[in-house]
Structure formats: C-alpha cells, structure tokens
Ligand binder design. Structure first.
Ligand code: NAD
Length: 291
C-alpha cells in the first residue's frame, strides 16, 4: 500500500521526533495534540533540530525547508481522517489511547492503517477495540527518533501480512531498521531495559550507591553510553513507571515491582528532563544529582 499522508497524535518528545523523520522522508505530516501550545513548541523544536542537522551537513537547507512545509498542525483530531497511516504517540495511558482511537474511527478512510507508539500496552487489546484489528500494529520508535536507528514492529494477534509489509516499507523509506517483536508486555527493548533502570532505582533507594556512582558504574563498568538514571530522566520517569506497571500487571511476577522511589519521583512531578528535574536537576548550567 502506498502511504503518503501520516497523522501523528501527540506532539510530545516522541511525536515531534516522529513528525520530523516522516517529513524529512517525504511524507505529508498532520501533527495533532490536545494542547495548541504543545504543537507550537513541537514545530519550533523540529525546526531547530533540522537546523542543527543542516549545520552538520546531514541535510541541505532545501531539504529542511521542504520538510517543514510538509508538516501541518491541528488540535482537531478529525482532521487526521485524511491520513493513510496514523501513529498514535500520546501519553502512555491506556484510557487516553483508547479514547483517541474511538474518536478517530468515524473519520478514517477504509484503508487507513492505525498504529501506536506505545512502549508497553497490548497492541492486541488496543486493536480489538477498533473496527480494523487486521490493519492495526505497534510502531515503536526509540528516543530521540531522528538519531536512533531501531523501530520495533509489533503485530497484534489479528494483524495481517499486508499491514506488516507496508510498515516494513515505511521503516525502510525512513532509513531505519525494523525489529519484529511479538505482542507481549513491553516488547523486546523495554522488557530488557526497564527492569535494568528499575534495578538502578532500587540500588539508589537501598543506598548501595548514589546517582553519580550508579551512572558512572554502568558507563565505565558496562560500557553503556549513558547511565541508567540519566537514561531514565531522558525517557521520562512517568513513562518508566507506566512501563514497569504494565510488566508487573501483564506478567504477574514480583520481579517487575516498580521501585517505591521511582513512584515518589513521579508523585513529586519530578519526571526527568521534560520537567527539568528527575534524578538530576537540570535547572542550572550543569545537571546536579538530586540524591
Ligand atoms: P510526552 O509526555 O512527551 O507527550 C505526550 C503528548 O501527548 C503531550 O504533548 C500531550 O499533550 C499529548 N496528549 C495527551 N492526550 C492527548 C490526546 N487525547 N490527544 C492528543 N494528544 C494528547 O510523552 P512521550 O515521551 O512523547 O510519549 C508518547 C508515547 O511514546 C507514549 O506512548 C510512550 O510510551 C511512547 N514512547 C516513549 C519513549 C520515550 O523515550 N519517552 C520512547 C518510545 C515510545
């Protein structure tokens, strides 16, 4: 199937990266958010990030201008009905995602493929509540989208081969690499990554190390490019907690118990970089550990 117009729901850190790479790859992008301010910020950020890519010689100024011209923003979800492909990338909460798909359904074309960028929620369950479970897939991008090479493709129990092949083609056109995952909680990357981050928070909670020593240990001792707490701040602590809850509920194993300290940071609204405070405080010139 030929995909030309792509609707992106949610203009947060992921939605803006997704709009960025699709526009650069030549797709017309309709970017939606409930917040007009989020849309404004997102478009400005895409422009800045493309400018940086142009300054580094990764794209030409003409490609930058053409890509920006391909992105339209709207707070009206029905406007996305004209899309060939929808990528839902709103807040990681099942009720929110479900309501978005419900609101979209009456406006879609029969051929429109629905996808979710969810990090952990069951694709089969999200798909089952739509009128097209065979044209529904998990389309999981990594953060930051313009930089990260991998895209996880998750087939729900009903997803058909044509939909899967179409998305494989899209990933190729984006210049990225697809990995297929079965639809089980948190798929592949987060099934492995999140318990590691959660364990790092337990290590902090139990006083085995402090923020700096934990991150330094994993960077220098395990050759990770970022420490686990630094990475958690980057992903968003609310997203990390949501994924741990999905693993805990979905696999019913106590080894996925979210660390109470992670819950406390989320309750405080210290969600990481996006709120300028998490395991580090980003309000000054240099990140300062909060513990
Ligand atoms: P975010 O908090 O940065 O952005 C979420 C956006 O969704 C916000 O702008 C919010 O206004 C918007 N939103 C909320 N309800 C909406 C609605 N009903 N309609 C339209 N927009 C709505 O979150 P994020 O980090 O961009 O995560 C988005 C999705 O991507 C989540 O499902 C998350 O699991 C997934 N994801 C996140 C990462 C990561 O590293 N942060 C990586 C891969 C996938």
């Amino acid at each position: 199937m030929d995909i030309r117009t792509v609707g992106v729901v949610g203009a947060g850190q992921m939605g803006n990266g997704i709009a960025h790479v699709f526009a650069l790859a030549g797709y017309d992008v309709l970017l939606n958010d409930i917040s007009a301010e989020a849309l404004e910020k997102s478009l400005a950020l895409i422009d800045r990030n493309m400018e940086r890519q142009a300054a580094r010689g990764k794209i030409t100024p003409e490609e930058h201008a053409a890509a920006i011209a391909r992105i339209r923003t709207t707070t009206a979800l029905p406007d996305l009905g004209a899309s060939d492909l929808i990528i839902e990338s709103a807040t990681e909460r099942e009720t929110i995602k479900q309501a978005i798909f419900e609101d979209l359904l009456p406006h879609l074309q029969p051929h429109t493929i629905l996808t979710s960028n969810t990090s952990s929620i069951s694709i089969t369950r999200l798909a089952s509540r739509t009128d097209r479970p065979e044209r529904f897939m998990g389309f999981h991008f990594m953060n930051p989208v313009p930089v990260m090479q991998l895209v996880e493709l998750i087939r729900g129990i009903a997803t058909n081969e044509a939909t899967y092949k179409t998305l494989l083609g899209v990933v190729e056109k984006l210049g990225k690499t697809a990995a297929s995952s079965e639809d089980f909680p948190a798929f592949i990357v987060n099934r492995i990554l999140m318990p590691m981050i959660n364990e790092a928070v337990y290590t902090l909670y139990e006083g085995v190390g402090n923020v700096r020593s934990i991150d330094q240990s994993m960077k220098l001792g395990a050759n990770h490019p970022m420490g686990p707490l630094e990475l958690a701040d980057f992903i968003g602590l609310d997203t990390c907690l949501a994924i741990m809850n999905v693993l805990h509920d979905g696999l019913a194993d106590t080894k996925y118990r979210p660390c109470p300290l992670l819950t406390k940071y989320v309750e405080a609204g210290w969600l990481g970089r996006k709120t300028r405070r998490g395991f580090y405080d980003y309000r000054g010139d240099e990140p300062v550990p909060t513990r």
